[in-house]
Design a protein around this ligand. Structure first.
Ligand code: CP
Length: 360
């Protein structure tokens, strides 16, 4: 059985197959209207969402299936202390596939370890957001006609922005990808992404301090929101929240073919004056999210009993050392009764298996 917890759970071929199916769904909607007839999707959302939850709901409805779930954990037995693992064991009796968003990093992974039905990570803390990645890849493909050989700028909160981490990982499978990073000092891309993904997998990247100097070179500009909810101190948020703002003047410096993506929601990092620019692709990106989730649901259920589509083996070796401790308060191993697990990444750093944070 295949779950989608991290973008790299899908092989490059599986990723491209889902993108191709989404494109076919766009062209031939009528072929798919009963594809999920009699099937149910459970959406377990422990954290707020507009696009992800509603696009999953719309996706399943447009495939002729049904949807159940919760959008506020306080209305479920989680409020009585039920664990993620027990919740998923229970919900698997009622649904054929489960999409889960959780503020605790590693929660969807723990769900996948006990689930009898495919689990889709709909975003876990600052860690990973693989269905946004599929959305972004489909959008790049539809907007530019290709994903290989592009220069993509990531701007804003590159530290907590899980969509950025996931998209960089996925792009590492394509050829000729160049990445430009633009972020305030406190929100720079974590070293483990730079080392494990960019250095190890051969993505060329550079860090610059202004949008103006980098925008003329970009095929895609991926803007992100500074995520207030991830800051422990509001003053720290206030200091960086307006660091990079895309406006019509900066768009004048960009190529006529450049596309602006944003996972949304935005706060003020893209002024509304940019919305009418044909290069602003972020609302088209939202619709692509529904189509790619339709394709993903179809494929996860197509592949459920197919031995050719199983979860990949871990890339790195586990480290057995009782003195190690994950210090990430938002990691599942510090929030539920989950045995800590660690691995050594190629740079020699020991990391938590569930949240990838540096342990030693
Ligand atoms: N892009 C995204 O994840 O949006 P939501 O938080 O509204 O789901």
């Amino acid at each position: 059985m295949k779950h989608l917890i991290d973008p790299t759970d899908l092989t490059h071929d599986e990723t491209n197959d889902i993108i191709a199916l989404a494109e076919d769904i766009i062209l031939h909607r009528e072929k798919y209207v009963t594809r999920m007839s009699g099937k149910k999707l459970a959406t377990l959302f422990y954290e707020p969402s507009t696009r992800t939850r509603l696009s999953f709901t719309a996706a399943m409805m447009e495939l002729g299936g049904n949807v159940l779930g919760f959008d506020d954990a306080r209305s479920s037995s989680v409020s009585k202390g039920e664990t993620v693992a027990d919740t998923v064991r229970v919900v698997g009796n009622f649904a054929d596939v489960i999409a889960m968003r959780h503020p605790i990093e590693g929660a969807p992974f723990i769900a996948s370890q006990v689930s009898e039905v495919p689990i889709i990570n709909a975003g876990d803390g600052s860690h990973s957001h693989p269905t946004q990645t599929l959305t972004d890849l489909l959008t790049i493909k539809r907007e530019l006609g290709h994903i290989d050989n592009i220069t993509i700028g990531f701007c804003g909160d590159l530290r907590f922005g899980r969509t950025v981490h996931s998209l960089i990982k996925a792009l590492s499978r394509y050829t000729g990808i160049k990445v430009i990073l633009i972020a305030p000092d406190t929100l720079r891309l974590p070293d483990y992404i730079k080392q494990d993904v960019c250095d190890r997998l051969g993505i060329s990247y550079k860090e610059v301090s202004t949008l103006e100097e980098a925008i003329p070179d970009m095929d895609v500009l991926y803007m992100t929101r500074v995520q207030k909810e991830r800051f422990l101190d509001e003053d720290d948020y206030d200091r960086v929240k307006d660091s990079f703002i895309l406006d019509a003047a900066k768009m004048k410096l960009a190529r006529p073919t450049m596309k602006v993506l944003h996972p949304l929601p935005r706060v003020n990092e893209i002024l509304t004056e940019v919305d009418a620019d044909p290069r602003a692709a972020y609302f088209r990106q939202v619709e692509n999210g529904k189509f790619v989730r339709m394709a993903l649901i179809c494929r996860l259920l197509d592949w459920k009993n197919d031995a050719r589509h199983v979860m990949p083996q871990p890339l790195n070796e586990f480290v057995d050392d009782d003195t190690l401790h994950c210090r990430n308060a938002k990691c599942i191993c510090n929030n539920e009764d989950v045995k800590s697990k660690f691995y050594q990444s190629p740079d020699g750093v020991i990391r938590c298996y569930y949240c990838d944070s540096k342990v030693r």
